[in-house]
Design a protein around this ligand. Structure first.
Ligand code: SF4
Ligand code: SF4
Length: 240
């Protein structure tokens, strides 16, 4: 995003709209720190500029910069993956879709929310470790398309410095790999220059209990009981 200096009257109305604080005072005007801006479009869509000084320059639609809006503006579609917004679908409806079956877990790592955004280079610190552990990063996820094809877990170098509002990584592992996977990944997340939300996807047991909660407690990991629940009404049942 960019602000036309010749039009800006310096009212400051746009500044609080930026979720990553990339609109700054510049003398008597406002300016966008374009390296920090994630091209989410919020300041433009808010339609609050009295001088119509805010605009999206053509460079924002060119690669590699174009991935910023694809991972930051829910109204922009990923061109190859054809999903809207940040990414992965239906993790919350696993008991209906059976995406993660019995005997395995899904792990979702959401980088950058709330309010910080993330560089792809921070996510790469995790994807390389995941691949070193021999775990598969799920392909039905827009981040997957930015990775090198050599399965190293590295992103294509042109994307590394791009900053996005948030991105979700998703991968699966067996029940017997829980301790190793979380034991390696959780300490790694604490050193990243962004925030990460961790979600573990599992199935209810036949008696409606969630056995993994006890296993996580033994590892010193608390589970938030107020998790969002989506029952997946309208989705076809899958038997896995
Ligand atoms: S496009 Fe988004 S990140 Fe960039 S200046 Fe506007 S509100 Fe901030
Ligand atoms: S709202 Fe418009 S005129 Fe006011 S500071 Fe922002 S860009 Fe400048």
């Amino acid at each position: 995003m960019r602000i036309r200096e010749d039009k800006c009257v310096g009212c400051g109305a746009c500044i609080p709209y930026c979720p990553v604080s990339s609109i700054v005072r510049d003398g008597g005007k406002a300016a966008v720190d374009e390296d920090e801006c994630v091209d989410c479009g919020v300041c433009l869509r808010a339609d609050i500029c009295p001088a119509e000084a805010i605009f999206m320059p053509d460079e924002c639609f060119e690669y590699p910069r174009a991935i910023r809006m694809q991972f930051s503006d829910p109204g922009v579609q990923h061109p190859n993956f054809k999903s809207w917004g940040r990414g992965t679908e239906e993790a919350k409806t696993n008991d209906v879709t059976g995406k993660f079956g019995r005997g395995e877990y899904g792990l979702l790592l959401e980088f950058g929310r709330p309010g910080t955004g993330t560089r792809l280079s921070e996510i790469e610190k995790v994807t390389t470790v995941i691949r070193n552990m021999g775990l598969d990063i799920l392909k039905d996820n827009p981040l997957y398309g930015l990775l090198e094809e050599d399965l190293s877990g590295r992103f294509k170098p042109e994307y590394l410095n791009e900053k996005i509002l948030s991105g979700i990584l998703e991968f699966r592992f067996g029940e017997d790999e829980l301790e190793e996977a979380l034991g390696k990944l959780i300490p790694l997340l604490k050193d990243l220059d962004t925030v990460v939300s961790v979600g573990l996807v599992t199935r209810f047991a036949d008696d409606a209990s969630i056995p993994v909660i006890g296993k996580l407690a033994k590892m010193g990991l608390a589970v938030r009981p107020n998790a969002k629940i989506n029952v997946g009404l309208g989705r076809p049942l899958v038997d896995r």
